[in-house]
Design a protein around this ligand. Structure first.
Ligand SMILES: O=C1O[C@H]([C@@H](O)CO)C(O)=C1O
Length: 593
């Protein structure tokens, strides 16, 4: 499943080379060193391209003519350098490296309006950052609805030499999960800001590594319905599933990442158990499941042992959770060799749990705990921020708001405004840290109107911050949706989940300070709360937002400003800020900030 890499190895910088020589000498004296760190260099061009992700031709965003973009593979300690050229004719682009903390390189986070200006058509911007933690990651567009348009790919960081992972496996596959619409991302985006509001609706297909089926089903022969024809693949089609070839009685690591624009997913493998061992680049206490929920923005590693009848093949099925589904399952096949890859499994694909069986989802989430020996959270917090998530109205538009403010991203990136101490680039008033105590989260908002804003939550360097995400009823009665929240620049500990409104004493009693998992994405369940803790130890401007792309577009996020003084002193490539109020500074400094 590993695509042909087009990476080239560039000579190390002088400094790194000298450091390596020092390490080599010390290695001779004291043992092995990690001087094998490399710079992995990529030259990418982003463009639109005709493609048939679900056997129906549409337009995707491609990287070097491929969809999804190539898988980046690196080793802990490596530097990744991506020279990104925007070949789109009329729109900007950025790429976010999801799950990479960007310690010391906030300008490389790839979030339009926050860490950088969008890269203009024809221009090139180079991302350069270190990967410091083994795990399963991915990358994706972070401007408008470019993730929905197909701008994404996988990023796998392998453990360094001499570094042992806490489990063993014989082979590895990489499954990047996404959802796909026949409406273009531009049309989706227009609908979201139109009055009346036009929702994007459920996706036409779910994709595994960019491949799905809209007009046929791989499993049609199992159903009595004649609605879907059996897919006939010659094998070369862009929508032909990537089959997973395995040998009997081996253990495989499946790296799963969900870059869906909307869908919460559930994955199951017919006849096989799965052992969850990694979540968002952090090892977890291994636990065994029959199926696994994965929300947009999350990654997992699971171990699968091929202990079933070796004369059969088995379905891998991915279905929709948390919203009334209107999309067929994505299917591919676990192909026990030497069976033919086209031999259909003996039993039908595993069914997805009922979309609204939230107890099933909650029980899965509560089983995710840190592996013994993982970093533990500080025992207390310095600051606790409550974030009430509501659906709201502003000037007739439908929005999502946090403490009644819908995020409206400014034209000058926050990071540049902070670095150059520019006033007026974003709202100077700090956004509220809580919401009225009498707000009824079980009912529609008494007043649905919100404001829009661009204020910054400013965090003191190295302070411990709690965030209590509070879900509520949406605009329609008896409706509360799942929202997976993703934090840039950090991992957080997920201290707990609860029902209804978080109540100080009771809520605190229910927090797990013993072995909470470290993650970068955590879900809030309908009508519930989720408590997170993190240490603000990475100077920069960081997005924290719902990873459902249309929800972020409708304002469901906040921006955190961390260690502002340190940002002022940081060296940042000028190209990051050649727009808005920072353009002048960059020009005056000859392009170097
Ligand atoms: O943001 C959303 O809007 C629709 C619906 O609430 C209004 O059409 C929906 O399902 C969302 O998730």
């Amino acid at each position: 499943m590993v695509g042909p890499g087009s990476e080239s190895r560039l000579p190390r910088s002088d400094l790194a080379a000298r450091w390596c020589i020092v390490m080599l000498i010390s290695a001779v004296l004291v043992g092995p060193s990690t001087c094998a760190a490399k710079t992995r260099h990529f030259r990418w061009e982003v463009d639109y391209k005709y493609w048939s992700p679900d056997c129906v031709e549409g337009v995707v965003m491609s990287i070097n003519g491929q969809f999804p973009g190539q898988t980046i593979r690196a080793v802990v300690g490596d530097t990744i350098s991506v020279e990104l050229t925007n070949k789109l004719s009329t729109e900007g682009v950025v790429i976010h490296w999801h799950g990479i903390r960007q310690l010391g390189t906030p300008w490389a986070d790839g979030t339009a309006s926050i860490s950088q200006c969008p890269i203009n058509p024809g221009e090139t911007f180079t991302y350069r950052f270190k990967v410091d933690k083994a795990g399963t990651y991915f990358y994706h567009g972070h401007y408008g609805m470019q993730r929905s348009a197909g701008l994404y790919g996988s990023l796998v960081v392998q453990a360094g030499e001499g570094e042992k992972e806490p489990f063993r496996y014989d082979g590895e596959f990489n499954l990047l999960l996404s959802d796909w619409w026949h409406k273009t991302a531009h049309e989706q985006e227009l609908g979201l800001s139109s009055v009346p509001f036009r929702w994007i609706g459920e996706p036409q297909a779910l994709l595994i590594n960019g491949r799905g089926q809209f007009s046929c089903s791989l499993a049609a022969s199992y159903s009595n319905s004649t609605s879907a024809a059996q897919c006939k693949f010659g094998g070369g089609e862009q929508c032909a599933p990537l089959i997973l070839p395995v040998l009997p009685n081996k253990t495989y690591r499946l790296r799963l990442a969900s870059t869906t624009a909307l869908a919460s997913l559930n994955l199951a493998i017919g006849g096989h158990k799965m052992v969850v061992v990694e979540a968002d680049g952090n090892y977890v206490q291994p636990f065994t499941v029959d199926d696994l929920d994965i929300y947009s923005g999350e990654t997992y590693s699971i171990l699968v042992t091929t202990d079933q009848d070796p004369r059969q093949n088995y379905w891998i099925a991915v279905g929709v959770r948390g919203r009334q589904p209107n999309t067929s399952q994505a299917l591919t096949v676990l192909n026990y060799r030497p069976n033919s890859a086209s031999k259909l499994p003996a039993s039908p694909p595993p069914t997805t749990p009922l979309w609204n069986d939230y107890n099933h989802s909650k029980s899965f989430s509560s089983r995710i705990l840190a592996l013994a020996g993982s970093p533990r959270p500080p025992a207390t917090h310095d600051r606790r921020i409550f974030l009430l998530n509501t659906q709201s109205k502003f000037n007739g538009q439908t929005k999502w708001s946090i403490n009644n403010i819908s995020l409206s991203l400014p034209p000058t990136p926050y990071l540049g405004s902070i670095k150059y101490n520019i006033h007026g680039a974003f709202d100077l008033r700090s956004p509220p840290e809580s919401f009225p105590a009498d707000y009824d989260v079980m009912r529609q908002p008494a007043n649905p109107n919100s404001t829009v804003g661009s204020g910054l939550y400013t965090l003191g360097l190295n302070t411990t911050v709690d965030i209590i995400l509070q879900n509520a009823n949406a605009l329609s009665a008896n409706t509360s949706e799942i929202h997976p929240w993703h934090l840039h620049g950090h991992d957080f500990w997920v201290l707990g989940y609860g029902e209804g409104k978080f109540a100080a004493e009771d809520g605190d009693k229910r927090l797990n300070l013993n072995n909470p998992p470290l993650r970068n994405t955590a879900v809030i369940f309908p009508y519930g709360w989720t408590a997170l803790r993190f240490v603000a130890d990475n100077p920069g401007a960081w997005a924290f937002h719902c990873h459902i792309e249309p929800h972020l577009h409708m304002g469901m996020g906040i921006v955190l400003g961390e260690g502002l003084d340190a940002v002022g002193k940081m060296k940042i490539p000028g190209g990051a800020f050649a727009c808005g109020l920072t353009a002048k500074m960059v020009a005056n400094n000859d392009g170097h900030s």
